[in-house]
Design a protein around this ligand. Structure first.
Ligand code: SF4
Length: 407
């Protein structure tokens, strides 16, 4: 996740750089997909969720064991996600236990439609540090995108119920070619509703997101969206407005932002921002981020469902994460063994090579260039002989895609 507002703040109030990545010992933020069940059917859903009970999900006791293990590991943050986490039969028991265990940061990622009545009161009582609610466009578009009429109104109601109870709430918006023009509307909605954080997510080619990868935003449209976000973010910083802006799933956003800083501020300020961005290091799959899926399988992040490190049903997460898995070891290398444009890029210390799953889906190679990078070769110091990059072809069925060669 790229914290745009936080790095922008460096232009106003510079702070010393804290190096986060050492030779080891980085504890991950764990995103736990507690269930695959969900009452919506979103076009970008990486878990391909549906409103049915999927077999093999963790039992109550197994899930309680996961919480104990994660707490002992002293992870910096636990994000309860799904499917729709509130669809899990024992969600509130697990959330209560997580609160009792005193995780440093406990967040909920939800479609918002179930945040009514007793449920939202319980969420408030549990004192979640943050609740992220997804809205993917204005009214009917959101309902079409998320597969249920009325989902927009219900999610907005959920946001209002959270705000009423003093819960820090974020709006999550996935940008596609069809929804890009609604970005300003989404930001206006945040301002009008007093939303604390806006999360712009880029499309990842996983689950239904892969089936709809042909809907991904054209590079010129992504750049325009980033211009909007940077402008709105800078306006908020200058006027001490509280809305925090972050982006996810395209770490080239940090490079694009750095270019904006270089063009509009002093060399000294640009160097300060670049040092902070390099200390962050871009994509953090397998290092600062981990995923446990509904079946208990551990992955380098939420989109890596095709690569499993092990299963918490038989081995504790801590043991899997600190073991000798070769893909985790390679993801933790800096620089990563990137190829193509990413391998040649002079900003890979900032970006970390972006979202490897997009490279994998389109080429079969997890170290190929990320096709969603919208920086030009010239902007990131890539020799022209490398070419313009991998082209994203619309999904025509798995058998038409290259076979995945992880290692
Ligand atoms: S070329 Fe690759 S490493 Fe460089 S900014 Fe783009 S995605 Fe990041």
């Amino acid at each position: 996740m790229f914290r745009l507002s936080q790095y922008m703040q460096q232009l106003k109030t510079p702070t010393p750089v804290r190096v986060r990545r050492g030779s080891g010992g980085v504890k991950p933020v764990v995103i736990w997909n507690m269930t695959r069940r969900c009452n919506l059917k979103c076009r970008h859903c990486y878990t391909t969720s549906a409103d049915v009970q999927f077999p093999g999900e963790l039992s109550h006791d197994q899930a309680m064991g996961v919480l104990d293990d994660l707490n002992d590991f002293k992870i910096p943050a636990l994000i309860l996600s799904g499917g729709e986490p509130l669809s899990r039969f024992d969600f509130f028991d697990l959330a209560k236990r997580a609160r009792e265990l005193d995780f440093r940061y406990l967040a909920l990622s939800t479609n918002g439609t179930k945040l009514t009545g007793d449920a939202v009161a319980k969420v408030a009582d549990l004192n979640f540090d943050y609740v992220g609610i997804s809205i993917d466009g204005v009214k009917d578009f959101n309902d079409w995108f998320r597969g249920q009429e009325g989902a927009y109104d219900e999610a907005l109601h959920g946001i209002r119920e959270c705000k009423k109870r003093g819960i820090k709430v974020g709006l999550r918006f996935t940008i596609t070619e069809d929804s890009a023009h609604m970005l300003d509307d989404m930001l206006d909605l945040c301002d009008a509703e007093g939303v604390d954080k806006f999360y712009l997510s880029h499309l990842v080619y996983a689950g239904r997101g892969d089936k709809h990868r042909g809907d991904d935003t054209e590079h010129k449209r992504t750049r325009k969206a980033m211009d909007t976000l940077i402008q709105r973010g800078w306006d908020a910083i200058q006027n001490d407005k509280p809305l925090e802006l972050v982006t996810g799933n395209n770490d080239a956003d940090a490079v694009y932002f750095l270019k904006w800083v270089q063009e509009n501020f002093s060399a000294e300020q640009a160097a300060q921002v670049q040092s902070h961005l390099e200390a962050w290091g871009g994509n953090s799959s397998g290092l600062g981020v981990a995923n446990i899926d509904p079946l208990g399988r551990v992955h380098p992040d939420t989109y890596w469902s095709d690569y499993t490190i092990g299963n918490v049903k038989s081995t504790p997460f801590t043991q899997l994460w600190t073991g000798d898995d070769p893909m985790l070891a390679t993801l933790r290398q800096r620089p990563r063994p990137l190829k193509g444009r990413c391998g040649e890029c002079t900003f890979k210390d900032v970006c970390g090579g972006n979202t490897r799953i997009r490279a994998l889906q389109v080429t079969g190679d997890p170290w190929a260039e990320d096709p969603a990078c919208y920086m030009s070769n010239q902007e990131v110091g890539i020799d022209e002989h490398v070419g313009d990059g991998v082209v994203v072809t619309p999904f025509r069925g798995k058998r038409h895609d290259p076979k995945h060669q992880f290692l």
